[in-house]
Design a protein around this ligand. Structure first.
Ligand code: NAD
Length: 269
């Protein structure tokens, strides 16, 4: 069965890549793409926007119409837009795949609400490699005691607006789950000046920004005498788009609930 995929925020960096994958991927078709009312891309031919010749399908301004024409919607936009789309998905009973990062805890709770009425797949990183890194981090953190200090280092391109990255926070959460603690109680998201010595059991984050780096993440377990480092480097945003399309195929016709990429890959416990 072919899954019809609608892309909201379709003129964005990820939106365009998602449309390319929906046009080229197996078992999927592009139902269409939409943008916000002020976008310069409104009304432009999607094929021309993607540099592949006219498709006769313009970028729409009506999310509701796009949802109606799609089996599954993919959303890589902004937190505020994602909340609007989640409410619409819940109302219309359409599965929603969300890649947007930078949501506050209150905004995340609103996704839980939507997931009571439709299938929502939300992952801070849709790459298969990162999903495995999350599972490994959880496992290693469960094995090593607090004499191993956990630090998470990430680097992204200069345009990224949130920090630490959603993926870094997801890795921190996986480590905290492994240690059976709440991330919010042990995280140290920045250090400056007289910080004092490192608190045992804390999970630290360091953020680097520059150039065109797609996304580097390392999880360090540092003890006296040895250090274990798990590293993932993404060299193309295409891996995120491919993972999100895979998630969309998986979500089609799925029962209501909040899922992540470990569910899609069958890695959840
Ligand atoms: P971008 O700024 O290039 O694209 C965002 C698009 O959303 C823009 O085209 C914008 O016009 C559109 N938009 C904003 N409000 C809208 C609305 N109300 N309705 C419809 N469209 C709207 O950003 P990007 O680099 O494509 O990243 C988007 C998000 O995806 C960010 O939060 C980023 O961190 C995240 N991201 C996640 C992953 C992952 O694997 N989960 C990977 C890459 C990026």
């Amino acid at each position: 069965m072919t899954t019809r995929i609608g892309i909201v925020g379709c003129a964005g960096r990820m939106g365009q890549m998602l449309m390319q994958e929906a046009l080229d991927g197996e078992g999927v078709t592009l139902a269409g793409g939409s943008e916000w009312a002020g976008s310069k891309a409104l009304g432009r031919d999607i094929g021309e926007l993607l540099g592949r010749g006219p498709l006769g399908q313009p970028v729409g301004g009506e999310a509701r119409a796009l949802f109606a024409a799609s089996d599954v919607i993919i959303d890589f936009t902004t937190p505020a837009a994602t909340l609007e789309h989640a409410a619409l998905a819940a109302e219309m009973g359409k599965p929603l795949v969300i890649g947007t990062t930078g949501l506050t805890p209150e905004q995340s709770a609103r996704l839980d609400e939507a997931a009571r009425r439709t299938a929502v797949v939300w992952a801070p990183n849709f790459s298969v490699g990162i999903t495995l890194l999350m599972a490994l981090t959880r496992r290693v953190a469960a094995t090593l005691d607090e004499s191993y200090d956990i630090e998470i280092v990430e680097m992204h391109h200069r345009h990224k607006v949130d920090a630490p990255s959603g993926t870094a926070l997801g890795l921190g959460r996986a480590a905290a789950e492994g240690r059976q603690v709440a991330l919010e109680e042990v995280w140290v998201k920045q250090r400056d000046g007289q910080t004092g010595p490192r608190q045992s059991g804390s999970i630290g984050f360091a953020t680097l920004r520059g150039g065109d780096v797609v996304g580097d993440h390392s999880v360090l377990f540092a003890a006296e005498g040895e250090r274990l480092e798990l590293t993932h480097k993404a060299s193309s945003r295409r891996v995120f788009a491919k993972g999100a399309i895979r998630a969309a195929r998986w979500a089609a016709g799925r029962a209501a609930g909040l899922y992540d990429m470990t569910d899609v890959l069958g890695l959840s416990a």
